[in-house]
Design a protein around this ligand. Structure first.
Ligand SMILES: Cc1cc2nc3c(=O)[nH]c(=O)nc-3n(C[C@H](O)[C@H](O)[C@H](O)COP(=O)(O)OP(=O)(O)OC[C@H]3O[C@@H](n4cnc5c(N)ncnc54)[C@H](O)[C@@H]3O)c2cc1C
Length: 458
């Protein structure tokens, strides 16, 4: 039998968290990662002195969040940017009406008050909704109860559509009514001037991580697991699989025997989304000063409606916008040039007198990335919030799933990935482990076979 206690598939935040905690507990752990880098969907691009987070950017709420405790302990600098959860207000946002005219502060305050009032009614409607209701249905039912003029209702309706798209990368009618239940932000949000990927780098220190190892098959029995990488098999007493649900659903990593219920049903009901980033940097800033974001209302803004000011982060005038849900699906085959032209046309409508010529543009393609197949998972109509936790039910005492989609409380985030990796380590060890071990422990290098990140032999 193998001398490996636990094989971890995937060196994203979930996999590295689990591996680090297990190694700190004295286990012999091997992490197999398909890419030539660690971090998974936290990926920071560095060029011309600029650091651009192509995957996750934000910690969505730093209060009582072990992820924030970890990044502080690792000494990662952060910048406050509390506008990452599609808030209608709380930080200054330059709103433009359907005709492209900027709203004054009183108009912004009235609109934000409408959203807050609507959200309160919506929460009650979501709680009372029957199983299998879409988010769109509860929104429409709640809107119909309001004696508001049509245009006032329409502004709130489009805000909720856009929020669904930005938060979950999906059309409002395809998301379960409970799909945004977790959408609470506790405390400020922060981003990373030196890149979010520093977290994965620190978590990987001292852990036996093997890069460029595409796992295609995992066989399990109550005796242990065997994973297939290329033409080689690796046996271990147990496995933690952290690949995105899209990879599992596509059959790119075959599990034998197949996942039993209730895991199989839960996996079936979660889907990877369509969500891409478009970064535009400029030589001169042309948008309103002192705002965190620019937002346009009305039908012309169905696709491009929100731009986030990353200038404090990047040091040069930079806007970030998202292609999310139907927009991301529609532009998937477009060239970067065509996408840029479409975004710029929308920006020019609300800044008609500015010279809007970007110095650089970066477009992500997570949906076409074979090791992600989307940005994160959403709840299809008919799923339940518990489906996330159900996915982490240990199988046969030897197989554990972890990753953002396996954490109910705040799925689709790096926080969820970290917490799920912590839970998987505890399930493997059969006891609780203080999360502080993650940053306090110096992993015992003799416990890991290679004790460093290695690449596939060529
Ligand atoms: C564009 C974008 C924006 C986002 N914004 C935010 C944000 O602002 N804040 C936030 O909290 N979250 C955000 N997220 C989500 C966040 O990045 C993820 O929830 C989190 O990083 C997932 O971590 P994970 O460990 O579960 O999965 P991953 O990071 O995907 O790790 C899984 C690993 O498995 C590897 N793998 C896949 N297939 C195989 C295989 N066959 N064999 C071996 N290895 C394999 C992958 O390469 C990957 O490294 C964003 C994601 C994207 C893409």
């Amino acid at each position: 039998m193998s001398d490996i206690d636990t094989v971890v598939v995937g060196a994203g935040v979930a996999g590295l968290t689990a591996a680090r905690l297990l190694a700190a507990a004295g286990q012999r752990v091997v992490v197999l990662e398909a890419r030539d880098r660690v971090g998974g969907r936290t990926h920071s691009q560095r060029s011309d002195g600029l650091v651009t987070d192509l995957g996750a950017s934000w910690i969505h709420g730093i209060d009582d969040n072990p992820l924030f405790a970890a990044v502080r302990a690792f000494g990662m600098p952060t910048v406050e940017l509390t506008v990452g959860s599609y808030q209608p207000d709380s930080r200054p946002i330059a709103y433009y009406d359907p005709e492209g005219v900027r709203l004054d502060q009183a108009q912004v305050d009235r609109f934000a008050a409408d959203v807050h009032a609507f959200d309160e009614r919506l929460a009650t409607a979501v709680a009372a909704s029957s199983h299998g209701t879409s988010y769109e249905t509860v929104v429409e039912t709640t809107l119909a109860e309001l004696a508001w003029p049509a245009d006032r209702r329409e502004r709130v309706r489009e805000f909720l559509r856009h929020r669904t798209e930005e938060q979950y990368g999906v059309w409002i009618g395809d998301l379960d009514a409970h799909g945004l239940d977790d959408d609470q932000v506790e405390g400020d949000e922060v981003v990373f001037p030196d890149g979010f990927d520093a977290l994965a780098g620190r978590l990987a220190e001292g852990v036996d991580v093997r890069l460029e190892q595409v796992v295609t098959r995992l066989r399990w029995s109550t005796d242990g697991v065997v994973v297939r990488c290329g033409d080689r098999d690796l046996a271990a007493h147990r496995a933690i699989v952290t690949v995105p649900v899209g990879v599992l659903k596509a059959g790119a990593l075959v599990i034998e025997p197949p996942l039993p219920d209730p895991l199989a049903g839960a996996l079936d009901r979660l889907e990877m989304n369509h969500f891409e980033k478009v970064f535009l940097s400029f030589r001169e800033r042309f948008w309103a000063p002192d705002v965190y974001a620019i937002r346009r209302q009305g039908p012309a803004a169905a696709w491009w409606h929100s731009w986030y000011d990353l200038t404090p982060l990047h040091g040069v005038p930079t806007l970030l916008t998202f292609a999310a849900g139907p927009c991301a699906q529609a532009i998937r085959g477009w060239t970067d040039e065509a996408i840029t032209a479409s975004v710029l046309a929308a920006l020019r409508e609300i800044h008609p007198h500015a010279d809007i010529t970007p110095a650089a543009v970066e477009v992500t393609r997570w949906r076409d990335d074979p090791f992600a197949l989307g940005s994160y998972a959403y709840m299809t109509v008919g799923s339940t919030t518990e489906d996330h936790d159900v996915l982490a039910t240990p199988v046969g005492g030897v197989l554990h799933l972890a990753g953002e989609a396996t954490w109910t409380e705040d799925p689709a985030t790096v926080t969820a990935a970290l917490r799920s990796g912590h839970r998987a380590a505890e399930n493997v060890l059969g006891r609780s482990v203080a999360i502080e071990t993650l940053w306090a422990a110096v992993v015992d290098r003799s416990a890991a076979q290679a004790s460093r990140v290695t690449r596939a032999a060529r």
